[in-house]
Design a protein. Structure first.
Length: 146
């Protein structure tokens, strides 16, 4: 089973059971966005987490094994068409240089890790319209000289 087949099986089971990513992650005692990312093929799961997920969704050993495989993290390099993904693409395009400059001013020359990293998505109720709150939390990695 490859990652695409794994994702199809997980999404089908999730829909059949009427569960959200938060429901699944809660039963696994793990982070919602990380679980969703692994289920969508962009991260590998440790064995225990993979077994827990398969138990929650009543999925077989083939899905469990595929969840543990290392992903090939690649995406289509064309401009995304989905409005949610496009908006994030646009944000980085508009604010990317600003984010980079502010990080360098506050931390020095380096990058934010996407390995020692967490991502949370929350809903903030607001009388003018509910707000999407996205928190990217990554360790700062200083460039070294040798």
């Amino acid at each position: 089973m490859n990652k695409e087949q794994m994702t199809d099986a997980i999404v089908t089971a999730k829909k059949t059971k009427g569960m959200s990513w938060a429901d699944i992650a809660g039963q696994m005692n793990m982070g919602e966005t990380w679980v969703a990312s692994a289920c969508l093929g962009m991260n590998s799961m440790p064995e225990k987490a993979a077994k827990d997920l398969c138990a929650v969704l009543n999925l077989g050993d083939d899905v469990c094994a595929a969840l543990q495989e290392f992903p090939h993290k690649a995406w289509d390099k064309t401009i995304p068409q989905d409005p949610v993904i496009y908006r994030l693409y646009e944000i980085v395009g508009v604010y990317g240089d600003t984010i980079k400059d502010v990080i360098h001013e506050k931390f020095g020359d380096g990058i934010m890790s996407a390995i020692d990293f967490s991502l949370d998505i929350d809903k903030e109720e607001n009388p003018k319209g509910d707000r999407v709150v996205i928190t990217l939390n990554g360790k700062f990695l200083k460039y070294v000289a040798w």
